[in-house]
Every structure is written in C-alpha cells, then in structure tokens.
Ligand binder design. Structure first.
Ligand SMILES: [Zn+2]
Length: 117
C-alpha cells in the first residue's frame, strides 16, 4: 500500500483532471513535474512545476470516501518554500503595525537593503 493511503491511480487521475495543462502557459501535462510536500492518511500536498515556463501550482489532494478531490493554487513558492511556509503562522495586524513603525526609522531603508547582501 502507498504510504499516504491515497490510491496512486486515483491520485494520478485527480491530479490529471486538476492540471491537464499548465495553468500559466498551457503546456501539456507531460511538462509538469510533481513533488509531494506532505502527506497523511487521506491527503497529500503536492508541488507541481512546469518545465516550460517554471510556473508552479500547489495542489491539495484529499480522499472523500471512494473519490479523491483536488484543489489547486497558483503560486510562486518553490517546493522548499512550500515546506517552510506550511509551518508558518499567519500575519496579524500587530505584525503589520510593527513593520510600519519599523519602516519609519531613518535607518530602515539601509537596513532593509543590507538584509539581502
Ligand atoms: Zn507552464
């Protein structure tokens, strides 16, 4: 049995229905590479990347009785980002106010530019 518990044939069928073409550039499904990000007994989170345009989709596949349903979300996340942000907490209003206050500091723009160096 597949470790996720999702029937591999049904999973492939659900993914094929969700992504028969690349939603970014309409390339054929044969151009799409998928990586499982996380899995449980009745669900899998899959990252799909198009080899033609490098566009990505995160797809959630979940079993509902004998069927597998799917939801796709166009994303700019890489597979590594998808793993990282899956554990992240959502931003709050306080986070935004803190960022706003921090940006008011005279040194903020210099500090911000230094972050990526
Ligand atoms: Zn594409």
């Amino acid at each position: 049995m597949h470790p996720s518990g999702l029937n591999p044939a049904l999973k492939q069928e659900a993914l094929g229905k969700l992504l028969s073409l690349c939603p970014h550039c309409r390339a054929l499904a044969s151009q799409l590479d998928s990586v499982v990000i996380n899995e449980s007994n009745n669900a899998e989170l899959v990252h799909v990347r198009c080899r033609t345009c490098q566009g990505s989709v995160v797809a959630l596949l979940f079993s509902t009785g004998p069927l597998i349903s799917s939801i796709g979300l166009i994303t700019d996340l890489t597979p590594a980002d998808a793993v990282k942000f899956q554990q992240a907490t959502e931003l709050t209003e306080d986070d935004l106010f803190s960022l706003h206050a921090w940006l008011q500091q005279p040194s903020a723009s210099g500090d911000l530019l230094a972050i990526n160096r």
